[in-house]
Design a protein around this ligand. Structure first.
Ligand code: FAQ
Length: 328
């Protein structure tokens, strides 16, 4: 049976008997669609790519709280305010499950957090765009959480157990988030001319960045092929993007709004949705840190981390006291 893992350059060309056996056990788990658990041997490149993806995902959830948290105090009613607060809290919870999953791969949460705060880690490009109006809360829920679900439902079957299991709960909550976003837009679409305009403007601004959440086109995605061979990813970036655009092309009709994409159509022959070319130069700039609000997002995160120092100190002091009283 072919190995799921290519030989790393620089590693000894002749693996030992034990190494071969470990790789064979790992390959069997992957090929049988079983799960790899933290106790199992895994090739270092598998551990590395999972740590990369899961921690980037965790950072996205945490940074992703900011655009919406910014609107809690300006929500148009008490009901909208409490729903938005619950959603933002959910995102914090998702970040925590994902950091825990990443920690099972051997990198501490402190180290992962440090990578984020020092700008060494990526997080989703989408959160580097500002949320300018209340309608953006609708567009974020409908388009951003919608794209997140389309991307993440297949991740519930990811080969790494702790990641797949975390995704099950996350997807359930994201699905509620998407509905609340759609419902905000639906209410605006039935409102005054100014409210309709605000909703359309939000859709126009979030359409393209939400399609970019799926990552670069397949022929420019260095990680996809190997991640699919390891059954971390189950579909390619373009496959998921097309699936998502097809879903929203139908849903937008219910809103009586339009997507800002004159080229959007279903190709009967190829049986797939075609959308306009996306601005990948802009995407590359955003993931390099030069998006509209990258520096603002990171600065806010650093500030929140500084402000939270006393909580971490108090929690450590309490844990130390508890440990002492258990010894006594
Ligand atoms: N933004 O080779 P690929 C949410 C990077 S949902 C920034 O294709 P891969 C919920 C990529 O990391 C959002 N960077 O990479 C929410 C790689 O860089 P590296 C988070 C991106 O991993 C909603 C390089 O480009 N969801 O937060 C992006 O095979 C509302 C080459 O790309 C997840 O993270 C991007 N959009 O595929 C919260 C889902 N795309 O590391 C609050 C899990 C690519 O080599 C409010 N992740 N890059 O230096 C995944 O499924 C994958 O990691 C992809 C990228 C599909 C994102």
């Amino acid at each position: 049976m072919a190995s799921t893992t290519p030989q790393e350059p620089g590693l000894s060309a002749v693996p030992s008997y034990e190494e071969e056996q470990s790789q064979a056990r790992f390959d069997a788990l992957i090929n049988q669609d079983s799960r790899v658990e933290p106790r199992d041997w895994m090739p270092e490149p598998y551990r590395k790519t999972l740590t990369r993806q899961v921690s980037q995902h965790a950072h996205s959830e945490i940074i992703g709280m900011q655009p919406e948290a910014n609107w809690i105090s300006r929500a148009p009613s008490l009901k909208r305010k409490s729903i938005l607060m619950a959603k933002v809290q959910d995102e914090a919870g998702h970040g925590l499950y994902l950091y825990s999953a990443a920690e099972t791969l051997g990198t501490s949460r402190d180290e992962l957090n440090d990578q984020l705060l020092t700008g060494r880690a990526k997080y989703s490009s989408i959160f580097n765009y500002p949320a300018r109006s209340w309608a953006d809360m609708g567009a974020i829920g409908w388009l951003v959480d919608g794209a997140a679900i389309a991307n993440q439902v297949p991740l519930c079957r990811a080969s790494y157990g702790p990641y797949g299991r975390a995704m099950v709960r996350i997807c359930k909550e994201e699905s509620f988030h998407q509905r609340q976003g759609f419902e905000i837009l639906l209410a605006l679409s039935r409102g005054t001319a100014a409210q309709k305009k605000m909703a359309q403007d939000a859709i126009n601004r979030f359409y393209e960045p939400s399609l970019m959440m799926f990552g670069p086109p397949d022929d420019q995605s260095p990680n996809s092929q190997q991640s699919m061979a390891w059954k971390i990813k189950r579909f390619s970036n373009d496959e998921l993007r097309q699936r998502f655009v097809g879903m929203i092309a139908e849903q937008v009709k219910v809103l009586g709004m339009t997507l800002p994409d004159p080229e959007l159509r279903f190709d009967e022959e190829k049986k797939q949705w075609i959308h306009k070319d996306l601005n990948w130069d802009e995407f590359m700039e955003v993931i390099k840190g030069n998006g509209p609000v990258n520096s603002q997002r990171l600065e806010r995160r650093r500030e929140a981390h500084r402000e939270g120092a006393w909580v971490r100190e108090a929690a450590s002091a309490y844990a130390a006291k508890q440990a002492q009283s258990e010894v006594a």
